[in-house]
Design a protein around this ligand. Structure first.
Ligand code: FAD
Length: 446
């Protein structure tokens, strides 16, 4: 085994699907030393964030210590740091606290952040769902609203049980369906005196269908399932403004609400701008087919932060499977480079797409030909795929125990209000919402 001095050094920014996939592949090579840096000390499984937010899973089911993942791998060092500067020429990254790391190869895998599309008030007052922190905050806000409406039902007139979900993509649809189940099925047994039929979930999307990439029959199925769960679907409608106590829809509706869930879109993580490189669609970094930057064969950009071309040159979607496969491919190309071989172009193996719409309801398009299935079968496929992707056996067992318990008892998982700050509300801070009703006190133009 080469001594430390003679090892090839690789620096990876981001321990999501892409960075983790890359580090795990590189860790198999004794002549490589990996430095993995993340702003959190854990890897989070984003596809299941909505289940944490709606009390179906505990946060620890979907987040894993990065140091723990590499505990048995001496050639991988993990650092907790937020990278705020990148020098592409020297393959050096700098952290907020002044520390820096350089490598023979650099991998940028910092993922995405919410895109509020300049909607006034949305960054301050809405609840995005892109991190574990976001998910626990949203859970506490929802439970806090139920607590407050339970102790003072007059708050329902001021929007205590109105939830607005922005975005009809997978994030918005999955969270809306889960909220429908939470409000109809799991919470009533705990808030016995609260009239849960007064709760409203409004799902908004500017488009003409939810889950647009799926087929027309899938669109009909999704709309029916959500309707059965009591979700109000507003197509061709977006949110124009989010305030402390209300949201303004693009059709002029003013709805009192203390919970606007933002699933409206994503853009590249801030690091993309720190590189000083031109940013393409979604603020992402355009990469070559082999995942490197033009003129920088030792700098790889993978996962959500990159615009990765498919074999026809079109950008691949921001998906966990694309991120994982691109991270693994970058590792293989880095090893090829160290061995004096040519890198290969990334080829995405498309295993299909799926979305969960609530208890026992899902849609999936599986395989290369995207064969479509709905209902319980798709639900089982969803469970299998997501459990197999979770990092670590303990998490898989715990998630299945939570899902099974929820399925049999209909009590839901942990209804834990552990973020007091997120549940705290000053009910008099929005003059637009009057104590007696839901009408706007100030005229708002449509
Ligand atoms: C709510 C939700 C549901 C989803 N559902 C699905 C689904 O069902 N199926 C699917 O395939 N995909 C799904 N996706 C998309 C999928 O999760 C992403 O495509 C995938 O996580 C991208 O992986 P990544 O490694 O590129 O980025 P991420 O997973 O976002 O990881 C990026 C990492 O970089 C770190 N980081 C960021 N900036 C810095 C910095 N400056 N310094 C240090 N570290 C930094 C972050 O802390 C994070 O750990 C979903 C996404 C969301 C948000």
């Amino acid at each position: 085994m080469p001594d430390e001095q003679n090892k090839h050094r690789v620096v990876i920014v981001g321990g999501g699907f892409a960075g983790l996939g890359c580090a795990q592949k590189l860790a198999d090579h004794d002549d490589v030393h990996v430095t993995l840096i993340d702003a959190n000390n854990y890897h989070q499984f984003q596809p299941l964030l909505y289940q944490v937010a709606t009390s179906q899973l505990a946060g620890t089911d979907i987040a894993h210590s990065l140091r723990g993942v590499f505990a048995d791998q001496d050639n991988v060092d993990v650092h907790l740091a937020e990278i705020t500067g990148v020098d592409i020429e020297t393959r050096t990254v700098r952290a907020k606290d002044g520390k820096s790391w350089s490598g023979d190869a650099l991998v940028l895998a910092a993922g995405s952040q919410p895109n509020f599309f300049n909607t006034p008030g949305a960054p301050e007052h809405s609840f995005p769902l892109y991190s574990l922190d976001n998910a626990t905050r949203l859970r506490s806000r929802i439970l806090g609203l139920f607590e407050q409406a339970d102790s003072d039902p007059s708050l329902i007139d001021r929007g205590a049980l109105n939830i607005v979900v922005v975005g009809g993509g997978p994030t918005g649809v999955e969270v809306a369906g889960a909220l429908g189940d939470m409000i109809k099925v799991t919470l009533p047994s705990e808030y016995r005196n609260l009239d849960h039929t007064r709760a409203r979930i409004c799902l908004l999307d500017y488009g003409d269908a939810l889950l647009k990439p799926f087929s027309a029959s899938a669109h009909d199925y999704v709309a029916k399932v959500l309707d059965d769960k009591g979700v109000e679907i507003h197509l061709g409608t977006g949110v124009k403004e989010v305030a402390t106590g209300h949201a303004v829809f693009s059709d002029g509706t003013v709805l009192p609400t203390r919970c606007v869930v933002w699933g409206g879109g994503i853009k590249a993580a801030a690091v993309a701008a720190d590189c000083g490189l031109a940013q393409g669609r979604g603020g992402r970094v355009d990469v070559r087919p082999d995942l490197t930057l033009p003129d920088h064969p030792d700098v790889y950009v993978v996962g959500d932060i990159a615009n990765i071309p498919d074999s026809d040159g079109n950008p691949l979607p921001q998906l966990g499977s694309v991120a994982l496969q691109s991270g693994t491919c970058a590792a293989e190309n880095i090893i090829a480079g160290f061995d004096g071989k040519k890198p290969k172009d990334f080829r995405y193996h498309d295993k299909g797409i799926m979305a969960m719409i609530g208890r026992h309801a899902a849609i999936a398009e599986v395989g290369k030909r995207h064969h479509e299935i709905h209902g319980e079968l798709a639900h089982m496929a969803w469970l299998g795929v997501h459990a197999s992707l979770l990092t670590g056996t303990r998490a898989k067992i715990e998630s299945f125990v939570d899902w099974a318990w929820d399925g049999f008892t209909k009590t839901g998982g942990p209804h834990v209000l552990d973020r007091g700050d997120a549940a705290e509300i000053n009910w008099d801070d929005d003059p637009t919402v009057t104590p007696s009703g839901t009408e706007s006190a100030t005229p708002i133009s449509g």
